[in-house]
Design a protein around this ligand. Sequence first.
Ligand code: CTP
Length: 396
Amino acid sequence: MKNKCIIVGVTGGIAAYKICSLVSSLKKKGYEVHVLMTKEAEAFVTPLTFQTLSGQRVITDMFSVDFVPDVHHISLAAKADLFVIAPATANVIAKIAHGIADDMLTTTFLAAECTKLIVPAMNTHMLENPVTQDNIAICRKYGMRIQEAAEGYLACGDTGKGRLPEPDEILDRIEELLEEDKFLSGKKVVISAGPTQEAIDPVRYITNHSSGKMGYELAKAARNYGADVTLVSGKTSLDPVAGVHMIPVVSAADMAEAVIREAADADAVIMSAAVADYTPSETADHKLKKSDDDMYISLKRTTDILASLGKTKPEGQVIIGFAMETEDLIANASGKLVKKNCDYIAANSIAEKGAGFAGDTNHVILLSRDGKYDIGMRSKEETAAEILKHCLKGRS
Ligand code: CTP
């Protein structure tokens, strides 16, 4: 830990003064700390303060005449293990969300490939503005980690969300991220997500309520743990996951073809998609016209992708299925574990409030032949991390 290099980007918010204590704590713990400041941040704290606390030259100006090549932004970016921006103003969040690099801080940030932590701090209304929220979502999409602003009294006189978390909390988050294990490094993980669409005619199709959120969170988490991730996704309204190989599909047949092909050399396969069990026996070439009679559509079975994977599972591959049930959760999910020959089934009941399709939370119970692990009601992001750690960590 002690040799790790951390870049602290400070932008122009009143909370900049709290970062003095963060820099001091990081330094005391033995980290190499470099502070980059925006011009606006200098209005709140002097570079000399950070220079004294970090023991390193503080860089603010991209084209200064006494520029030291050794701390050139590219080499600093390459050296960093973690880049934290705190406080992150709405302005800098907007810039980094869109790749704008017009000063030393944003230029170095764009060049850095290390773990990135953004700690927003601003007036509540600025934070809640949909533009800022969209920009934060874009940052998340590109794999940056966001530490939520705290609630309380704000310097502008308002009370609400927008306070910078206490320096100790930021320190804890930094250390947690530095310790984040890349246990999936060098592993290929194939994940399916979202619904399938089964065409009746060129206009209509049969589908289900899957939002794809759980699978997308699994893809993000697997990427963060270092995996080479392939995400086979049915149609969703979600943004593609950055840093992941996306394969868009429409029908259960398309999904079967893509997943089975990609799974051949995968170390782990996670079937979180809601795959149609039946598809119309025939898809009409033209729009079906109505008549006064009732209508019946004949359906035929689709391939059970998970069961096929279970039959041809290569040595050492881990297969994780999902089971969404409305009743007899454990009994039904255990049946699927055995019948489909998976290593784990992530069981969730849509009868439970806060679990299931559209929301941001889920309650998953992981079943294996060795027993069960109840993850509890968590955000889908946390649930995804728990599933990966429980099922894949420690495997060679
Ligand atoms: N699954 C699959 N191929 C299908 C249907 C389901 O791979 N044609 C996978 C799902 O992605 C999930 C698991 O099988 O990982 C269980 O899906 P679920 O819909 O809960 O169960 P089914 O096997 O379809 O059984 P039922 O609908 O009768 O509950």
